[in-house]
Design a protein around this ligand. Structure first.
Ligand SMILES: *Cc1c(COP(=O)(O)O)cnc(C)c1O
Length: 429
């Protein structure tokens, strides 16, 4: 028996998310062995520019010496202890550092591990907050067309379907569904719905400025502002899901800043640890948090918590990451590279006949292809052609997602656009 390849060994035992395993091995997956900066190195030693930031999580790069050092230093103290009823110094330090920058009033931080869990926590907090205040009947959430908030059942219920998740429709709880804010009448319709349904709504849940998984559907800050104003006017909590947009990806540390909005609850994940370790957090404003205060063991308590919430290793790397974003003035680079990317897309990609639309918010970019017929798998094939050229891309349907790291260089932006143009030329004729 010959030696089996890594792909064969992988396909025999690993079940990959959002992946048809019968086709997995045939789609020439990258088996990463190591990484350096913004490049991945596969088992054959080939290098790939990680132009999707490892599914939108990596911010500064892989194997950043400062982050590695923070992690190693924490290992010499403690890797993990529980946050249920007890504390840890590094988590206090992280929460203090986050408190200084999150656009939430008197913030309090409930840590978890995945973005979806941060969303679940926000849903339960919003609901129980009303119950604790003696308000009944607010057991619905308003979510938007195209929404994606994660894959657990509650988060899935907020989501607008697609991605093959329709099979779970019987499990989804009902939500009030507003049109996407990028639709012509979207903002006005959402404001009307919030006014009409206010008595039923625990919260409005929004991906501010950019719906990532919907294929980078973007709306202007004014639309977000209008929704936030309606929430305030009608006493509905606003939950900002910044799992994708948080930590600089849109050009500001948090997307809501661009609209001058302060949500009642905020969900953070993905970039929180710079892409190193799974950590997420639900941020609650002072007034929301206060609604849970009461007698020890009373029903006002939030009876929710995850085993690894507030993991010390993740907290140490998240803390150092937050410092580096400031020390390196990373946001200035994001804005410069985003402008460059926008200009190059406008001249080189938007005019292509195979391209239906180009959408971008900071460095979050979607190039929507216009296949002349169904079943051509243009998105998949264009990304495969890019991978052949050493640039790792992964599509959402027929939207080619480009999500460079926040430290990306001008040369890398040019290379990514050149490769996208070449890949579209090869696949789409
Ligand atoms: C990725 C994402 C989530 C889910 O985060 P996971 O860590 O994958 O569970 C939630 N909301 C938004 C907006 C996301 O982009």
């Amino acid at each position: 028996m010959g030696e089996r390849s890594w792909v064969e060994r992988d396909a025999a035992v690993v079940w990959h998310g959002f992946t048809q395993m019968a086709a997995y091995a045939g789609n020439r997956p990258l088996i990463v062995h190591a990484a350096e900066g913004r490049e991945l190195v596969d088992v054959e030693g080939r290098r790939y520019l990680d132009a999707i930031s490892s599914l939108w999580v990596t911010t500064l790069g892989h194997r950043v010496p400062e982050l590695d050092a923070a992690l190693r230093a924490q290992l010499d103290k403690v890797a993990h202890t529980t946050l249920l009823g007890n504390g840890a110094t590094v988590v206090v330090e992280l929460a203090e550092a986050l408190a200084a920058v999150v656009p939430v009033r008197e913030p309090h931080f409930l840590f978890a591990s995945d973005g979806a869990a941060a969303v679940e926590q926000a849903l339960k907090i919003a609901f129980q907050h009303w119950t604790n205040r003696g308000v009944r009947g607010r057991d619905r959430y308003l979510a938007f067309g195209g929404a994606y908030h994660g894959d657990t059942v509650g988060a899935l219920s907020l989501g607008d379907g697609g991605f093959g998740t329709d099979v779970f429709d019987p499990l989804r709880f009902p939500v009030v569904r507003a049109a996407g804010l990028d639709e012509p009448d979207g903002p006005a319709a959402a404001v009307r719905l919030i006014a009409e349904q206010a008595d039923r709504l625990a919260a409005v849940v929004i991906e501010p400025l950019c719906q990532g998984a919907a294929g980078m559907r973007v709306h202007p800050p004014e639309a977000l502002r209008a929704v936030a104003d309606a929430c305030r006017d009608h006493g509905v909590l606003l939950v900002a899901d910044e799992v994708a947009t948080g930590f600089g990806r849109t050009g500001t540390l948090f997307a809501v800043e661009q609209a001058g909005v302060q949500p009642d609850l905020m969900c953070l994940g993905k970039g929180l640890t710079g892409g190193y370790l799974p950590m997420s957090v639900t941020v609650a404003s002072g007034p929301v948090f206060d609604a849970f205060l009461g007698e020890d063991l009373s029903e006002r308590t939030l009876y929710h918590g995850h085993s690894y919430g507030g993991n010390a290793l993740a907290a140490a790397v998240a803390l150092r990451h937050l410092q580096l974003l400031g020390e390196w003035d990373v946001l200035a680079n994001v804005r410069a590279r985003a402008d460059q990317l926008g200009a190059r897309l406008a001249t080189d990609v938007s005019p292509l006949p195979a391209v239906a639309d180009v959408r971008r918010c900071g460095l979050m970019t979607g190039v929507e292809l216009a296949p002349p017929a169904g079943g051509l798998r243009w998105g998949r094939r264009v990304c495969a052609a890019a991978v052949e050229r050493g640039v790792l891309l992964r599509p959402l349907g027929d939207v080619v997602v480009v999500m460079p790291m926040l430290t990306t260089t001008a040369a890398e932006i040019d290379r990514i656009v050149d490769v996208v143009v070449a890949a579209i030329g090869e696949v789409c004729g």
